[in-house]
Design a protein around this ligand. Structure first.
Ligand code: GMT
Length: 375
């Protein structure tokens, strides 16, 4: 198939999933066209069947807001015609599903039919999309898509609760390339990060308020009072300064390593003992899955789609949002002795096996084939 993929090319989970999907589809013989405003961060290799087409939005001083949707829908029209793209898979409803629908309408005028598959990722539904300013456009875009998928049952339920949806929503969970996260523990640069007796705790996010990064610091503060520990703090975002100030006030700055944005998540997870994800909501929690695939147990909040990924008492523990004491207690339970830690590490990896990309990517292929037959 000749497939166009639209996504946010930044460090968000939706862009990561879209990129990994495109790369795997290309390995399976499909022709993939990424149509985005920047080269997706995990798209390292452009090959003969992976292409990247940049959406340019010219700056014009008359416009207070530059019309990105128009530029995207025009680019989609051009690329579908130029490369004979058969199907468009858009990740994130706003504004991608909307722009794709406009492109579809324009192409129809020229007798070209291109169906749209929309994948909902979470923030486009739970945080942004349900805002009254966007709700009618998001409802319309979902209902006008030829196929709709959501990355967890929880997100499907939220979508049906928050919007008036007439379309069927298929749950296709996020996935992981397990080979990429199958490190031997001997080749990690662990000794560069911590002393032998220190446990390594990791948090990775875009540090928006929904991630509750302050809770990471509070839990870590409690942990390091009980056992020697270091915190690997990966990501950039609006809460970064608050977090740095908090570490200074608590006197733990020397125990926290700030990585900023990193393309070496797999290496950082390789030497991690525990992952903290205390988010207020999370449609899936791709970061938790990446940790588990690296044999890192997860202490998380019990919210949204996280329980579909992190199994309480097996791959880690789930606590109520903001329950710092419970998260601390669970973290210490896992970290205190090597036997318990190793059991949780193996369990985490076992649980991650359920999300193997070789199992999940064919589900998208089946949806494309079905959509092309129906439309
Ligand atoms: O979580 C973010 O800040 C980024 C956001 C995105 O749109 O990229 O992530 C959402 O999609 C990911 C991939 O499907 C999910 O793993 C995240 O749980 C989801 N984030 C939220 O629901 C808050």
């Amino acid at each position: 198939m000749n497939i166009g993929i639209v996504c946010y090319p930044t460090f968000g989970g939706s862009g990561v999933v879209a990129t990994e999907l495109g790369l795997e589809l290309s390995k399976r013989g499909h022709e993939i066209h990424f149509i985005t405003y920047n080269q997706p961060v995990r798209l390292e290799l452009i090959s003969n069947n992976v292409h990247y087409h940049e959406v340019n939005v010219p700056e014009y001083p008359l416009f207070h807001y530059q019309p990105y949707e128009l530029a995207l829908s025009s680019k989609l029209v051009d690329m579908v015609k130029l490369h004979n793209i058969e199907i468009l898979h858009v990740h994130y409803a706003i504004p991608h599903a909307y722009a794709a629908y406009m492109a579809k309408k324009m192409l129809k005028e020229e007798g070209i039919h291109v169906p749209i598959v929309t994948t909902l990722h979470g923030t486009d539904i739970t945080l942004v999309g349900s805002h009254p300013f966007y709700k009618p456009a998001v409802t319309f875009s979902i209902n006008k898509s030829d196929a709709v998928t959501a990355v967890s049952q929880s997100l499907k339920d939220d979508t049906l609760r928050l919007f008036d949806i007439k379309n069927e929503i298929n749950v296709v969970p996020n996935f992981i390339d397990l080979d990429k996260y199958n490190h031997g523990f001997t080749d990690c640069a662990r000794h560069m990060m911590a002393k032998d007796d220190e446990r390594i705790i990791t948090h990775i996010s875009n540090l928006r308020p929904v991630k509750r990064a302050q809770d990471v610091i509070k839990v870590f503060y409690n942990i390091q009072k009980e056992i020697p520990a270091k915190l690997m703090f990966v990501g950039e975002g609006p809460e970064k300064e608050n977090i740095e100030n908090m570490c200074t006030e608590l006197g733990i700055l020397d125990k926290v390593i700030f990585f900023g944005r990193s393309n070496e998540i797999d290496k950082i997870l390789c030497f991690s003992d525990l992952f903290l994800l205390p988010s207020r909501t999370e449609s899936f929690g791709l970061a938790a899955l990446e940790a588990m695939a690296s044999r890192v147990p997860v202490i998380s909040s019990n919210t949204g789609g996280i329980p579909e990924v992190n199994v309480n008492g097996y791959s880690g523990f789930l606590s109520d949002v903001g329950d710092i004491d419970d998260m601390t207690k669970n973290a210490l339970y896992i970290l205190r002795d090597n036997d318990t830690l190793n059991t949780f590490k193996e369990n985490a990896r076992n649980e991650a096996l359920k999300f193997d990309l070789h199992e999940i990517v064919p589900k998208y292929e089946a949806i494309y084939a079905d959509t092309l037959t129906k439309c």
